[in-house]
Ligand binder design. Structure first.
Ligand code: NAG
Length: 254
């Protein structure tokens, strides 16, 4: 049994993950956005959705400027889907994800249909606040519009249902997918892990290997945790060996 090695490895995996998250975060030059915004105001184009769209996107994705994005958004007479999406996206990442849900609901009541991106963003917000009721409504809207078979929409649905604690529905969405990627597997594995369904984590990991999907550090952390909980040290050892042999986590995110 190599518990010490396991712990050291878990620690190094999470450090690598955090490190890469930091590196991939792009810094938006907010100064140039403000300059563009000022220019659009001078040119009387600040109510024009197509001109202002990029400004809204940048403000909405930059947390200190999110309120500014809302002000600019409020001045637009007929926001396009693109503009709505920027707002819903920004709000879904912010510390007020329920506002993204509110924004989506407003859009829906105005008779505007979302696209795949809208559904991905609003489902993320539903996941963050565990809003199962809206999540299910959004699922229905997506199905009606034909986005149910989209890979990233399905992934967002799995994540939403798992975050709301309904692993049954998460599994159902997963089972019906024609195509799955690493995120599909990880979303379900993370859901089961969070609910302490460790046997399910190992079952999925086996199925994942059988399907020839390459696991990453997210998968591995959950699998090792499951092994530790279930006392499956033989599996844990083989996983550790797999990680060491394949340098999992180091090449995936950087
Ligand atoms: C959204 O749909 C468009 C076309 O329908 C596609 O090109 C794009 O890759 C999709 N994006 C995501 C994130 O699903």
């Amino acid at each position: 049994m190599k518990l010490a090695r396991l712990t050291a490895l878990l620690f190094s995996i999470s450090t690598v993950t955090q490190e890469s998250e930091r590196v991939t975060k792009r810094s938006i030059s907010i100064d140039s956005v403000r300059e563009l915004h000022a220019h659009l105001i001078r040119a009387h184009l600040y109510k024009d959705p197509s001109s202002i769209s990029q400004v809204i996107r940048s403000y909405a994705l930059s947390p200190p400027f999110l309120d500014k994005a809302r002000l600019v958004f409020a001045q637009i007479e007929r926001p396009t889907l693109l503009v709505w999406n920027h707002m819903i996206n920004g709000l879904s990442r912010s510390d007020q994800p329920s506002e993204a849900i509110h924004m989506y609901t407003c859009m829906y009541h105005q008779g505007l249909s979302g696209n795949n991106l809208t559904f991905i963003f609003v489902l993320k917000a539903c996941a963050r606040v565990s809003d199962f009721v809206t999540g299910q409504k959004v699922h229905l809207h997506a199905l009606k519009l034909g986005f149910g078979s989209y890979l990233f929409v399905s992934n967002a649905l799995i994540h939403m249902y798992a975050s709301c604690g309904d692993l049954g529905l998460a599994q159902k969405v997963f089972d019906r997918m024609e195509e799955r990627d690493l995120v599909s597997w990880n979303s379900l594995i993370c859901g089961y892990s969070y609910r302490s369904s460790f046997n399910e984590v190992l079952r999925l990991f086996e199925a994942m290997r059988a399907a020839n999907v390459r696991a990453d550090s997210v998968t591995m952390v959950k699998v090792i945790l499951a092994c530790a909980h279930l006392g499956e040290f033989e599996i844990a050892d083989s996983v550790v060996k797999f990680i060491e042999d394949n340098h999992v986590g180091i090449d995936v995110y950087l």
